[in-house]
Ligand binder design. Sequence first.
Ligand SMILES: Cc1cc2nc3c(=O)[nH]c(=O)nc-3n(C[C@H](O)[C@H](O)[C@H](O)COP(=O)(O)O)c2cc1C
Length: 496
Amino acid sequence: MWHAGRSDSRSFYALYNRRAALNLAQCLRLDLSHIICTDLQTLGAIARTGAEPIGVIVPDLAALARIGLLANGLLNRQRMSQSGATIEYRTAGGTGARYHLELYFVCADLPDLAAGIYHYAAHDHTLRQLRAGDFRGALVEATDGEPAVAHAPVMLGVTSTFWRNAWRYKGRAYRHTYWDAGTSLSHVLAVAASAGLPTELVLGYADAPVNGLLGVDGEREATVALCAIGRMNDSTARTPTVQALDYPTRVISSREVAFPIIPAMHGASSLASGLEASTWRAEPGRRVPPAPQGTLISLQPLPADQLPPEPIEAIIPRRRSTRHFDTDVGIPFQAFSTLLDRSSRGFAADCLAPDAPPLHDLYLIVNGVEGLVPGVYLHHPRRNAVELLKEGNFRQQAERLAAQQGYAADAHMNCYYLTDLGPLLNRFGNRGYRLAHLGCSLSAGKLHLGTHTLGLGAVGSTSLDDEVTEFFSPHAAGKSYMFITVFGKRRRTSKQ
Ligand SMILES: Cc1cc2nc3c(=O)[nH]c(=O)nc-3n(C[C@H](O)[C@H](O)[C@H](O)COP(=O)(O)O)c2cc1C
C-alpha cells in the first residue's frame, strides 16, 4: 500500500522554496500595492479574446505582479486539515487543491524590470531571476518565428510538476494538468485584458528547448503552455547562449512514486523542433459546429452598460468553489445568458483561426433557470442561443455523472464541455489532446469567474467520463467528455 507524504505535498513552503538557494539580492519583491484596479469590468475582461488591443503595449512589473498573484498566487485563506496540516489556497482553483503549476516570465527589458527569465514564487510573492539577459530569441526559435512570440515583450511559461497532483490522483493527474492550467490561464487572460494587454496562447513549440530554457527537466516538471503578453515593434534580439541551469531545489516528498503514463503521454504529444512547431500550427483550426435540429431559444445577455462594474482584481481574491446551492429559487435568465455569452467568445491562439468557433460543444443540464423549462440543452455560441434537446428533471442524473457529488443535483446549471476528438487529433495529432483540454478548461474558468460578478458561485468537478457521453447521446455520440463546471445561486451554510 502506498502512502504519499501528505503534509509535504501540501505545504507551499516546502514546494515553493525550490529555488531558495538563489541569492536573495536577485529576488525582486513585488509590492502588493501593485494590485491596483482598472476600469474594465470583469465580464468585459473575460469576454476579450486577447487579440483586441492593437499597437505597441509593453507590460511593466506591476502587470507581472498582478498576473502572478491573481493566476497562481496565495489567497489570504488557510484551513487546518484533520491531520493538523495547514492548507493554503490559491487565487485560481485546482483539482483537490493539489497545486502543481508554476509560472515563468521570459522578458525583454521592461520599463522597470531588467531583461531576464523570472520564476514567480507564490509563497513569498517574489520574482526570482533565473537568467539575466534577453532570452526571448530562444522561444522564437522553438516556435520557428511564431509572430506573436517574435513581438512579445513578455512570454509566460506555465509548467506542471506532475507529482504534486499525481500523489493523490495517480495517472489521471495528467488530465488535471490541462484542466488546472486552463483554469489558471483564464485568470491570466482576464487580468492581462484588464490591463489592456494583448495575449496569445502558444501551444506549438519544441518542448525540449523550452524546458531547457526554463531549467525544468521535462519529465518531473514540464512546460504545458506558453502565452505571449503585450506587443512591441521590434522582433526579439539575439539570444545569449543557453547554459544549463543547476539551482538546488527542495525535495517535495520523502519519496515519489513513478506513474510512467504521465511522461509517456506528455512525450507522445511533444514536438521536436521549431520546424515541427510551425508545421503543426500551419493550418489554423476551424471546425463547423453542429447545426441546430430543434427550436432555438435566444439568449438575452445584459447590455454592456448594465454589467456589474467590479474589475477582475476585485473578483479573484474572493473567488471560491461553491458546493451549496439554493434549490428554492431559480437564477435569472439574463444572468444565465450573460455568463454563456461572455465566457464563450474564445481566445487568441497560435493554432486557431481568429474568430474560430470553439473546438468543443457545451451541453447543459438546466435545473433552475427562470423562464427555461428544466432539461438538457446545447449552447450555440455563434447564434447566441440554446437548443432544447430533452425536457425533464435530470438532477439525479447530474449527481451521478458528477461521481455522486450532491452539488451537481442542487446546482442551477451543469455545463459539460465535450469534444469530438477524432477530427481534432487528425488535424493536430497527439498535441490536439493538450489543445482540446485547454480550450475547455479556459472557457470554463472564464465562466467560473463570471459567476462571482453576478453574485453566483461555481465549482469544477470530476465526472464519470463515458457516462457523460452516453447521457448526452445520441446527440453527443462520438464526443469525449473534457470538463464540467456547475454554477448557481449560493446557499449560505453555517460555515459561511
Ligand atoms: C478542474 C477542477 C476540478 C475540480 N473537481 C472537483 C470535484 O470533483 N469535487 C469538488 O468538490 N471540487 C472540485 N474542484 C474544486 C477544487 O477542489 C478547488 O478548486 C480547490 O479545493 C481550491 O478551492 P477553491 O476553488 O475554493 O479556491 C475542482 C476544481 C477544478 C479546477
